[in-house]
Every structure is written in C-alpha cells, then in structure tokens.
Design a protein around this ligand. Structure first.
Ligand SMILES: CC1=C(CCC(=O)O)c2cc3nc(cc4[nH]c(cc5[nH]c(cc1n2)c(C)c5CCC(=O)O)c(CCC(=O)O)c4C)C(CCC(=O)O)=C3C
Ligand SMILES: [Fe+2]
Length: 391
C-alpha cells in the first residue's frame, strides 16, 4: 500500500503519523486563516459564483438567480471585511501571548486567494502552516472542501513537499465558540419574555446540506445515521448553549428549542436536511408559540446567509406569522471566540493529550486529523486532501 508521502505529501510529519490526535509538539511557522471568500463589487459577483460552482458546469443564467442576494447589497459580501477583522484580532491576541506566528489569510473562492497566501508564506521562509478554517462543524462543505483546496493549492503552486498544511480540529464544541453565543441568547429570551410572558421558542439554525453529504460527515464508524456528525454536532451545541443559558437565567428552564435549517440550494429532487426555518416559523403560531429567538449556531460571522436568509427572509416570515423574533449575534470577533481560537492553536502546537482538551459536548474534542473517507462527497468524487490520515 502506498504511504501518505507518495499519495498526499501535503501534511506535516506530525499529521502523517496516522494518529487522530497530534502525538508530539509541533513547531509551526504561520497560521493560515482559510476563508470562503466573497465578492466586493457588482463586477465580482458572477466570477465569484463561477469559482464557488467550479467543475459543475452551472450556466450563468442560473448563477444570476443566486446573484440577486449579492446585487441587493451592491455586489458586496460582508465576509471579507469580517475575515480582515478576524485576522487583526488574531494577530493582536497572538502578539499578546508572545507567539511568533504571522497570520496568512487566503480564501477558497475569492481574493485574497489561498494560492497567494501559501506562496507568500513560502517566500517568507515559513513553510510549516497550521490552518484555521472559518467553519466549525464536520461536512464536505465545512471541512473536507477546505482540505481538498489545500491539496489543490499545494499542487498548483508546485509547493507540495515544501509547504505543509495541518488543520486545527473542527471547533464546534470548543468553549470559545459555544460560550460566545450565550449572552445574546440570554438577552434575547429576557427581552422576548418580558415580564411574566409565555416561553419563547429557540430556533437554532444552520446551513442545510444534501442528506448524502450529512450521512457521510465525520468518520463512518460513529454510526450517526442520516444526519451524520453534522446534525449530531449541531444538536449537541444547541443543548450546550441552552444549558449555559439556563445557568445564567433560571426562568428559561421551560424554554424549548429546535434545530432548523436554512439556505438550501440545488435541485428539488435532491433531499436536503429539514425542516426549513421559514416553514417552521409559519407553523409555530398554530402551536401557541408567540415569540422566537433565532440563533445562528451554524455561522461564525454575519455573512450573506445571515444578512439575507435570516435578517431578511426569516424575520419577514416571523412578521407574516405575527410573531416577535430576535436574531442573536454570531461570534464575529467576540474576545471569547478569538481567545478560543488562539487556545486551539496552542493546544495543537503543544499536542495536548485528548483527555486534557477542553470541549463542551460529548462529541468533542474532535480529531486533529481526518480519516481517509471522512466527509467525502460522492458527487465530486475522490480528490486528495491535506491534513488527513493515509488511505
Ligand atoms: C455547510 C456550508 C457552509 C458552512 C457554514 C459556515 O461555516 O460558514 C457554507 C458556507 C458558505 N457558503 C457561501 C456561499 C455559497 N454557498 C453555495 C453553495 C452551497 N453551500 C453549501 C453548504 C455550506 N456553505 C452547499 C451544500 C452548497 C451547494 C453546493 C453543492 O451542491 O455542492 C453557493 C452557490 C450557490 C448556491 O448553490 O446557492 C454560494 C454562493 C458562503 C459565502 C457567504 C457570503 O458571501 O457572505 C459561505 C460562508
Ligand atoms: Fe455555501
């Protein structure tokens, strides 16, 4: 059998050892902040969407239908500004702790591209990169696609074998992520409930994905069914957030929560995770629910899915249903989140043993290194991925 060196020479020796957790401390030369990317003007919109859908041959007319969300905001996605702010916040926190780790920011789908970030790190003589991707859960879109793009970029730049990229574990249940949602939910519930009102409903919301992708999310041996690790991780995070909310405000012990999905795309014939947030909102008045807190646990910042699909569509659905609704904040550059990311960087550099790692749910601490078929996408077929165990 081929070894990882001959098949996918993209990861550091620490990762190639074949263990799911880093076993020895590892020096890194730079932190690769890997984002999705978004357009920054009307002329960028269609080229950006062609990048997002590359290899799938989607005609421009169909892309123009998706484009209207971006067109509505002048062709500008807020996501790049949010990643610039995150980069600055990470640099400040790394400097505060005296960690010599320059941050290289690169996106999968728009400038600044991952290719340029990796070339820049190589030019600076900093070849051992540790990546933080701005996506917390396990699935093709939120984990593996980043790893495949790392491998593609190392090949296309000719830097495979020179630059290595390891990836920080999926961080859905790191306290830095989980805790950052709590104050917003506490505040929203207090506001919605007012003085002695009925219990509001909490809708934890995340990006829908095809059920085929959900089933394959995470290592198959966990046997998590149709929703896979993706759904299980979200349910666990929702529960952890609610537990912390009730610890802070005991009046909310009777509040019920649900997991809902948003931003579905793709052909109607393909099943995606449900229920859709707007469908649920329309049903709630019939179940005597009068107010709703919408908690975007699937997103690290207020990008287009939040600004359009929640602040526009979901809040409108609530208004039509005659319900009061509050959308709570995403982590953004909240210090709880930023210090949590740097804690994850330190955890990985020091190879902290699994038992000593902080985690807020029974599904954590998630693995440092993915298994061969982890989050594979059958539609896309096999592509090599960085930061994984040898096939
Ligand atoms: C799980 C998930 C996250 C992670 C959540 C997170 O951690 O952020 C995420 C993030 C993002 N997705 C984004 C944008 C898009 N996603 C698309 C398409 C798709 N996303 C999917 C899933 C996810 N996507 C899926 C299964 C598809 C269908 C493709 C297929 O069939 O395989 C399309 C194509 C058009 C369309 O199909 O609608 C666009 C334009 C942006 C940028 C927003 C901005 O600009 O602010 C961000 C951060
Ligand atoms: Fe997406």
């Amino acid at each position: 059998m081929d070894t990882i060196e001959t098949v996918v020479p993209f990861a550091s020796p620490a990762t190639r050892a074949g263990e799911p957790y880093a076993t020895a401390p590892q020096r890194y030369d730079g932190l690769l902040l890997a984002g999705f990317g978004g357009p920054e003007g009307q002329d960028d919109v269609i080229p950006f969407l062609r990048n997002v859908t590359r290899g799938r041959g989607i005609p421009d007319e169909r892309l123009e239908e998706v484009a209207h969300h971006y067109r509505h905001f002048g062709g500008v996605s807020p996501i790049n500004a949010q990643n610039r702010a995150l980069k600055a916040a990470l640099e400040a926190e790394l400097a505060r702790r005296g960690i010599d780790l320059p941050v290289y920011w690169g996106n999968r789908n728009w400038a600044p591209y991952l290719d340029d970030a990796v070339r820049e790190a190589a030019d600076d003589g900093r070849p051992r990169l540790l990546a933080f991707a701005t996506s917390a859960y396990s699935s093709f879109s939120s984990c593996r696609q980043y790893r495949e793009d790392f491998a593609r970029v190392l090949t296309e730049t000719g830097l495979a074998g020179t630059v290595t990229i390891d990836k920080i574990r999926q961080f859905f249940d790191h306290p830095g992520f989980v805790d950052s949602f709590v104050p917003g939910v506490v505040e929203a519930l207090a506001e919605l409930r007012g003085a002695g009102g009925a219990a509001p409903r909490v809708l934890f919301t995340t990006h829908s994905i095809p059920i085929d992708d959900a089933r394959r999310s995470g290592p198959s041996e966990l046997g998590l069914g149709d929703g896979g690790a993706y759904e299980a991780q979200h349910r666990a995070v929702a529960e952890a957030v609610m537990q912390r909310v009730v610890e802070r405000d005991a009046r909310m012990a009777d509040v019920e929560w649900e997991l809902v999905y948003q931003s579905r795309s793709g052909p109607a014939s393909q099943p995606w995770l449900e229920p859709d947030i707007c469908d649920r909102i329309a049903e709630l008045p019939g179940e005597d629910v009068e107010t709703v807190a919408i908690v975007p646990i699937g997103f690290v910042s207020d990008h287009m899915e939040v600004m359009w699909d929640l602040d526009n569509e979901a809040l409108e659905a609530a208004e039509e249903a005659g319900m009061r609704a509050i959308r709570t904040p995403t982590p953004g550059v909240d210090p709880t989140f930023v210090t949590g990311i740097v804690d994850l960087v330190e955890e990985r550099m020091a190879a902290v043993p699994r038992e000593q790692r902080v985690h807020a749910t029974e599904y954590g601490p998630w693995f440092d290194v993915c298994r061969p078929a982890c989050c594979e996408n059958v539609r896309a077929g096999f592509r090599p991925a960085a930061a994984g165990i040898a096939p």
